[in-house]
Write a protein that binds this ligand. Structure first.
Ligand code: CDP
Length: 217
């Protein structure tokens, strides 16, 4: 067996902590592909809502999961997603998706299917992947792990500044308290609080942490 030539930088944290922006900038600086794992959970949620499936009806969600085709790829810079050949685009960030994605993502069968697709990226490329369980479940063996946080009022303001209606605190509570793959600071992760950082100073701080974790940069 040959060693896996690709590596993953795992970025986890609560909603609106700044992890997507940071992951995108970091990937750009390091020449890696940024993978947004939340988009996969959002895509399944979007499809369930399209089909009027109750996100709390686990058997119905599992049956949907078995019917759909999810294509997770990349454009050389960021991840791409198509569900039955269609990219929902901005609809993935709609209010009804925000309100229902935590229920869908708490279903173990959903996680099992999406985690396999997330791990498959490493067969193709090196990545910065952001989510909730990337350092704890998806890539527990990677030495490169960050947990991005920010004060709750800063996170709520960031989300409304972005024009989104999103009950950040409610979603965080659901994501942190679920039984399967809850949001945690993974073993070996370094916490970076971005409350007082600008975007660029946050990226610099993240790069310094990754250097200390052994990334040759
Ligand atoms: O952008 P934001 O941080 O608000 O959310 P996101 O990364 O798009 O994730 C949306 C939702 O998907 C989260 O609230 C979780 O319920 C779920 N999720 C998850 O369970 N595991 C992941 N690795 C990523 C997202």
């Amino acid at each position: 067996m040959t060693a896996q030539p690709h590596f993953a930088i795992a970025i986890d944290g609560p909603a609106a902590s700044g992890k997507s922006t940071l992951a995108r900038k970091l990937a750009k600086r390091l020449g890696l592909v940024m993978v947004n794992s939340g988009a996969m959970y959002r895509a399944v949620t979007w499809k369930a809502l399209q089909e009027n499936i109750d996100p709390h009806d686990t058997p119905a969600v599992i049956s949907l999961l078995n019917r759909i085709t999810l294509n997770c790829g990349d454009n050389g810079h960021t991840s791409t997603i198509a569900i039955d050949g269609f990219d929902p685009g901005d609809a993935l960030r709609a209010q009804d998706v925000n309100a229902n994605v935590s229920a869908i993502s708490a279903i173990p069968a959903v996680r099992e299917k999406l985690v396999a697709l997330q791990r498959d990226y490493l067969n193709r490329t090196s990545i910065v992947m952001e989510g909730r369980d990337i350092g704890s479940v998806v890539f527990p063996d990677t030495p490169f792990k960050l947990y991005i946080d920010a004060a709750e009022h800063v996170r709520a303001a960031r989300r409304s500044d972005a024009g989104e209606v999103d009950s950040v605190a409610k979603r965080d509570a659901a994501d942190s308290n679920r039984t399967t793959a809850p949001l945690v600071v993974a073993d070996g992760a370094t916490v970076l609080d971005t409350s007082d950082h600008t975007i660029e100073s946050g990226v610099d701080a993240a790069i310094e942490i990754l250097r200390q974790q052994g990334l040759p940069i």
